[in-house]
Design a protein around this ligand. Structure first.
Ligand SMILES: NC(=O)c1ccc[n+]([C@@H]2O[C@H](COP(=O)([O-])OP(=O)(O)OC[C@H]3O[C@@H](n4cnc5c(N)ncnc54)[C@H](OP(=O)(O)O)[C@@H]3O)[C@@H](O)[C@H]2O)c1
Length: 334
């Protein structure tokens, strides 16, 4: 029997938290992993705390700082050359959240940095690799078995970007809302720092960037048939003690996990969140495209995954097309 190439899954942001905890389940089910980080050294150090030597050897570490679109272009080229045919899955996981900034951090290209990392870096990476994914080999080998596998793009979304959920309505500093996208339309450079062109609100900048992530999935699902590629997003639960919250006040870091564990019951461990990401990216049961998968806001012991309804701000066809078109322009693809 002919043995096909081992399937390759790319994941961004594996130095900590959800991304780090997604490695093990991916490797166990036979995937070769490409881990994208801004420091290979830190990524390897972190992975070696979790994985044995054999598993570690199955990971290709590639350095890309997602805040720099030139690095994304260079990295995508390298990935395309090295893994053509075998690259089947892209998991967009990396993110930065800096809710205490008074003034926006700026990316190399001059964009507000959380939008640059969370949305533009991933948006460009997806668009540069989508043809490789779509045209990848139909059959791959996982743990010695040849299987047919439809390519996938999986993006980490969040509850605070979905206005239909309670967490998406929290008014502090403001719910996610791209407004009329005036900020994107005007080029998104200083002094502009928000997609809607209004006053800088760092917490909202993060939520807006995750809203863009979720819109990207909806647009991809419209643009590519599900026979060619499956595009989905997920809310893994509240991973309240991950390093994502490293820039919040210490009192928040102390109380937030307790609040999520005992009051809202929304808390999940990094390990469970990692397993959920791996399952949304690879499980044959989760084959529908354009779905935002969730286990709900209150975690139950035996909770099933379901397709979460999304707000108009995510699925409105005109707004999502405009977000896509302006993003294409801002990352230099149009
Ligand atoms: N935590 C939650 O409750 C929660 C809930 C819903 C969704 N999510 C989503 O889950 C994902 C992972 O979050 P997490 O909680 O695991 O956070 P985390 O532990 O802070 O992990 C974020 C990862 O992104 C990487 N990253 C940051 N800036 C980067 C850049 N410029 N280039 C490349 N990589 C960069 C970080 O690497 P460095 O070490 O280099 O900074 C790190 O590996 C995010 O998309 C987040 O929005 C989290």
């Amino acid at each position: 029997m002919e043995k096909f190439k081992q399937g390759v899954v790319l994941i961004t942001g594996t130095t900590s938290g959800v991304g780090l905890n997604t490695l093990k389940p991916l490797l166990s089910s036979g995937w070769k992993v490409v881990a994208i980080n801004r420091s290979n050294k830190r990524a390897i150090d972190a992975a070696s705390m979790f994985l044995g030597k054999d598993d570690l050897n199955k990971i290709n570490f590639i350095e890309i700082d997602l805040s720099d679109l030139n690095q994304v272009r260079k990295g995508a080229q390298e990935i395309s050359i090295k893994f053509k045919g075998a690259l089947k899955i892209l998991i967009c996981n990396a993110a930065v959240y800096k809710p205490r900034l008074r003034r926006p951090d700026r990316s190399v290209q001059g964009f507000e940095n959380s939008m640059a990392v969370n949305h533009f870096g991933h948006f460009l990476l997806i668009n540069l690799l989508i043809n490789d994914l779509v045209n990848s080999d139909k059959e791959i080998n996982l743990n010695g078995k040849n299987i047919l596998f439809t390519p996938r793009v999986t993006i980490l979304g969040t509850v605070t970007a979905n206005y239909l959920e309670l967490g998406g309505k929290i008014p502090i500093p403001a719910p996610a809302d791209l407004g009329d996208l005036a900020g994107f339309e005007k080029g998104f450079l200083s002094p502009i720092s928000m997609a809607n062109g209004k006053k800088f609100k760092p917490g909202k900048a993060y939520k807006d960037s995750k809203l863009c992530n979720m819109i990207t999935v909806q647009e991809l699902a419209k643009r590519y048939s599900s026979e060619k590629i499956i595009c989905n997003s997920l809310y893994p639960g509240c991973v309240a003690n991950s390093k994502l919250f490293r820039n919040t006040p210490w009192i928040f870091r102390l109380l937030f996990p307790l609040f999520q564990k005992y009051i809202t019951k929304g808390y999940v461990t990094e390990k469970l969140a990692g397993q959920r990401v791996a399952s949304v990216a690879t499980d044959s049961d989760l084959f529908q495209s354009g779905v935002h998968w969730s286990w709900g806001n209150r975690q139950k012991l035996v909770g099933n995954v379901f397709s979460q309804k999304l707000s108009k701000r995510i699925i409105d066809p005109e707004l999502s097309k405009k977000t896509w078109d302006l993003s294409m322009k801002l990352v230099g693809l149009k």
